[in-house]
Ligand binder design. Structure first.
Ligand code: MOS
Length: 698
C-alpha cells in the first residue's frame, strides 16, 4: 500500500506532547547569557542619550549595546534587520539598545531600568492609513514581484454602460501574527563559526541573510530549527531577534539567548498591514460581469518598502472583459508590515468576495450562481490556461453539503428562539500553487532502512511526517524504514515553509532523490558499508515547468446567529470545500484547512490592531487586548476536499494547503452577518457595536 494519502500521525507528536521536543529557546549552550531588547517609547525622532553606565553598574549586567557602538551591518534588503545602525527612530517599539546579562531576570530588569532620552519634533507621528493619504504612491512592483497596476479593456466604459454598478470600499485593520511560540534565537559564536538555533520557517535563508549582514562565509554558519511553534509568515525571514543575538554573541564572546515577549511580537515580528480596498463592479442585469476593478491601499514603514499584493487575487478570479487593479502604499511612522498567512490574497479576497455578495443582492441572483455565471475558461487577465480549476465544483459541492438551497431571499428575516437572527453566507477562495527549487539526499543502508535529508522546516504542519510518506512512496517501502532528517542547514538546501509551497518544493526534491536511489539499487549497485547515496536538485525542473496558471480553489459556507439585543455574533456552522491537488495526508491536511478557516473567523470577528494616533502605536499589545479566536469562538468546522488530479504541478501532485483556508473565510462570515441582519459592515472586524443600533426591534 502506498504511504501517500494515509492519515499518518505526526512522527514527532509524542515528543511534543511529552515535552521532549525542544524548541529554540530550550537549547542552552554552556556559558549562555541572556539578551533583552530595549524598545523606543516614541514613534518618531532620535535618541538623544542613553545612560548606559548606570545599567552597566548593575550586578549581573555584562554589556549594553546601542547605536553608538553596535557593529556595522551590511544591507540585506530588509531595513528591519539593520538594528541600531543609527540613532533615528522610525516607529514606536523599534530596538534602540540591547542589554546582555547573566540571567534572563537581570537582563529584563536592566532593560527596564535603562534611561533613554529622545528628541522628537513638533509634529506628531504619521501613523493612520487612509485611502486618500497624501503620502500614497505607486511602488515599482508589489510583493512577490507582481505588477503594481494592471488594466485590460476600458473599465470606465464598462462602469458607464453597465445595468448595475457596485462601488464600495472595504477595510481590514492591522493584524498580528501570534504563533504559540514567540520568536527566539540561541547563538554561539566561536572560532569564527556561527551556530544558531532559531525559531524559523526556513533556515536556508537565515544562513544567507546572516552571512550578508555580518560578512561571514555561508560555510561557517549553521542554523537549526528542529521544532517550531508556528509562524504564519512572521518567521518566514529572519527578524531582528536573531540579528541582535548574533551581535551580542560576537561582542561578549559567550553564547546568547533571546526571546520575544508576546508584547514584543506586536512591533518587531512583522504584521499584516491595514488595507483599504475600493471595489467597482459593472454587470448586466442578467448577472454577467462587464468590468471588475480593485484599488488597494496599504502602509509600509519609513525604513523598508513592503507592499501587500492585495489586488493580485482578483486578477485571477472572475470573467470580465474590462478590468483594472492598482496598488498604492504610504510610508508611515509604523513598524514594517510583513507576511501573515496568505498575504495579499487574504485581505484582497475579503474585499472581492464581499463586493460580489453585494452585487448578487443588487441583481437578486443567488451568490453561488453569480460566481458560477462568471467562471472564466482561462486566466481572465493573461488568457493563460489553468493547470486545473475546480472552483465551480467546490461551490456546487459546498452548496449541497451545507444545505445552501432554501436560503431566505430577504436578509434579516429569519429568526430563531425569539432573540436570534440567523443567516448564511459564502465566499470563494484561491491561493497560488507555488514551487521553489530544493535539494535532497537519500541514503540506502544494508539493513533495508533509508536516511532522507533536506533542510525543510516543520512549523507544526506535519511536514516531517508527510516528507517521510513521500520518501517511503518513492522508495517503495514503509514509513518505519525512513529516517527523515530536516530542520538544519547542514542538510541539502530546502525552500522555506511559506507560500503554501513547502510540501510541493521539498516533496519534489525528496521524490527525485529517492527515485534516483531506487534506480541505482535496481541497476545492481552494491550498497557500500556506510550506505548508497543519491542526491537531487530541482532547480532545472522548476525552471522547466509549463507556463500555466496554477492555483488552488475553495468555497466557504458559514451560518451565523446574531443576538437581537446585544448584537453578539455566534457562528453556528462552517464548511470549506477545497480543490488543492492531491491530498497527501488527510489528518494533517484537515488540520491545515481548519486552522486557516479558524484564523479567517478570527479576522472576521475579533482581531484588530487599534492605532492610538497620539502615541503613534497600536494600543493593544498582548493577548488580553488583542483577541485571537479561542475554542469558544469557533464552531465545529467541516472540511472536504475534491479528488483533484493536476499533471502540471510536481511529482507529488499537491497544490499547497497552508493558506487557502484563510482566504475568503472572513468574507463568508461578513456575508452571513449581512444575511442574518440586513446590516452590511464593510470594516473588519464585524463587531456588535456596528450592528446593535441597526438591528430590527425584537
Ligand atoms: Mo506564509 S505568510 O507564506 O509564511
Amino acid at each position: 500500500m502506498s504511504a501517500l494519502g494515509t492519515p499518518l500521525r505526526r512522527l514527532e507528536g509524542r515528543d511534543k506532547v511529552t515535552g521532549s521536543a525542544r524548541y529554540a529557546f530550550e537549547h542552552t549552550p554552556e556559558g549562555c547569557v541572556h539578551a533583552w531588547p530595549v524598545q523606543s517609547t516614541v514613534a518618531f525622532g532620535r535618541v538623544e542619550s542613553i545612560d548606559v553606565d548606570a545599567v552597566l553598574a548593575m550586578p549581573g549586567v555584562i554589556d549594553v549595546i546601542t547605536a553608538d557602538d553596535a557593529e556595522h551591518l551590511n544591507d540585506a534588503d530588509d531595513g528591519e534587520l539593520l538594528v541600531m545602525q543609527s540613532r533615528n527612530v522610525a516607529y514606536r517599539g523599534q530596538v534602540v539598545a540591547l542589554v546582555v546579562a547573566e540571567s534572563l531576570e537581570t537582563a529584563r530588569e536592566a532593560a527596564g531600568a535603562l534611561r533613554v532620552e529622545y528628541l522628537t519634533g513638533e509634529v506628531g507621528p504619521d501613523v493612520v492609513l487612509t485611502g486618500d493619504h497624501p503620502k500614497l504612491y505607486a511602488p515599482e512592483t508589489v510583493n512577490a514581484g507582481f505588477a503594481t497596476d494592471t488594466a485590460v479593456g476600458d473599465i470606465d466604459q464598462a462602469l458607464a454602460e453597465a445595468d448595475v454598478v457596485v462601488d464600495r470600499t472595504y477595510t481590514t485593520p492591522a493584524l498580528f501574527n501570534n504563533p504559540m511560540e514567540p520568536h527566539a534565537s540561541v547563538v554561539t559564536w566561536a572560532d569564527g563559526r556561527l551556530d544558531v538555533v532559531e525559531s524559523s520557517q526556513g533556515t536556508t535563508s537565515t544562513v544567507q541573510i546572516l552571512a550578508k549582514l555580518f560578512d561571514i562565509p555561508v560555510d561557517d554558519i549553521v542554523v537549526r530549527a528542529e521544532h517550531v511553534g508556528g509562524g504564519f509568515g512572521s518567521k518566514g525571514s529572519p527578524r531582528p531577534n536573531v540579528v541582535l543575538a548574533v551581535m551580542a554573541a560576537r561582542r561578549v564572546g559567550r553564547p546568547v539567548k533571546i526571546a520575544y515577549t508576546r508584547q514584543m511580537m506586536f512591533s518587531i515580528a512583522g504584521y499584516r498591514t491595514p488595507t483599504v480596498s475600493r471595489m467597482r463592479l459593472a454587470a448586466t442585469r442578467d448577472g454577467r460581469l462587464l468590468g471588475i476593478s480593485h484599488d488597494a491601499f496599504s502602509q509600509t514603514s519609513t525604513i523598508e518598502e513592503f507592499t501587500e499584493q492585495t489586488a493580485e487575487a482578483v486578477r485571477h478570479m472572475y470573467a470580465a472583459p474590462h478590468r483594472s487593479t492598482t496598488h498604492r502604499v504610504a510610508a508611515l511612522d509604523v513598524p514594517t508590515p510583513r507576511w501573515m498567512r496568505a498575504p495579499g490574497e487574504c485581505p484582497g479576497m475579503y474585499a472581492v468576495e464581499s463586493s460580489i455578495d453585494e452585487l448578487a443582492h443588487e441583481l437578486s441572483i443567488d451568490p453561488v450562481e453569480l460566481r458560477v455565471l462568471n467562471e472564466p475558461a482561462s486566466d481572465p487577465e493573461t488568457g493563460k490556461p489553468f493547470s486545473s480549476r475546480h472552483l465551480v465544483d467546490c461551490l456546487r459541492r459546498g452548496a449541497e453539503a451545507f444545505g445552501w438551497d432554501g436560503r431566505a431571499r430577504t436578509p434579516g428575516t429569519r429568526r430563531e428562539g425569539g432573540r436570534w437572527l440567523v443567516g448564511t453566507g459564502m465566499a470563494s477562495s484561491l491561493y497560488p500553487a507555488m514551487t521553489a527549487p530544493s535539494s535532497a539526499c537519500a541514503t540506502a543502508h544494508r539493513d533495508g532502512s533509508y536516511r532522507v535529508e533536506i533542510n525543510a522546516t516543520d512549523i507544526g504542519t506535519g511536514a516531517r511526517t508527510v516528507l517521510a510518506q513521500i520518501a517511503a512512496d518513492a522508495l517503495g517501502t514503509v514509513v518505519d524504514r525512513i529516517d527523515i532528517r530536516i530542520g538544519s542547514s547542514v542538510h541539502p538546501l530546502g525552500a522555506i515553509a511559506g507560500g503554501s509551497s513547502g510540501t510541493a518544493s521539498w516533496g519534489w526534491a525528496v521524490t527525485k532523490a529517492c527515485r534516483s536511489l531506487t534506480e541505482k539499487l535496481a541497476s545492481g549497485t552494491e550498497i557500500p558499508h556506510d550506505g548508497l547515496v543519491a542526491d537531487a536538485d530541482t532547480t532545472d525542473d522548476v525552471e522547466a515547468m509549463d507556463d500555466v496558471d496554477r492555483h488552488a480553489y475553495g468555497a466557504q459556507f458559514v451560518e451565523v446567529r446574531v443576538d437581537l439585543d446585544s448584537g453578539e455574533i455566534a457562528i453556528s456552522r462552517m464548511l470549506g470545500v477545497f480543490a488543492a491537488g492531491r491530498i497527501l495526508n488527510g489528518r494533517t491536511a484537515r488540520s491545515q484547512f481548519i486552522g486557516g478557516m479558524t484564523m479567517g473567523v478570527s479576522m472576521a470577528l475579533h482581531e484588530q490592531g487599534v492605532m492610538d494616533a497620539r502615541h503613534g502605536d497600536y494600543a493593544n499589545h498582548d493577548l488580553a487586548t488583542y483577541h485571537v479566536a479561542a475554542s469558544a469562538d469557533i464552531p465545529p468546522i467541516e472540511v472536504e476536499w475534491l479528488d483533484e488530479q493536476d499533471s502540471h504541478l510536481n511529482p507529488v501532485g499537491g497544490k499547497g494547503i497552508g493558506e487557502i483556508g484563510i482566504v475568503g473565510a472572513a468574507a463568508a462570515v461578513a456575508n452571513a452577518v449581512w444575511h442574518a441582519t440586513g446590516v452590511r459592515v464593510r470594516d473588519l472586524p464585524v463587531q456588535p457595536d456596528a450592528l446593535v443600533s441597526r438591528l430590527p426591534v425584537r
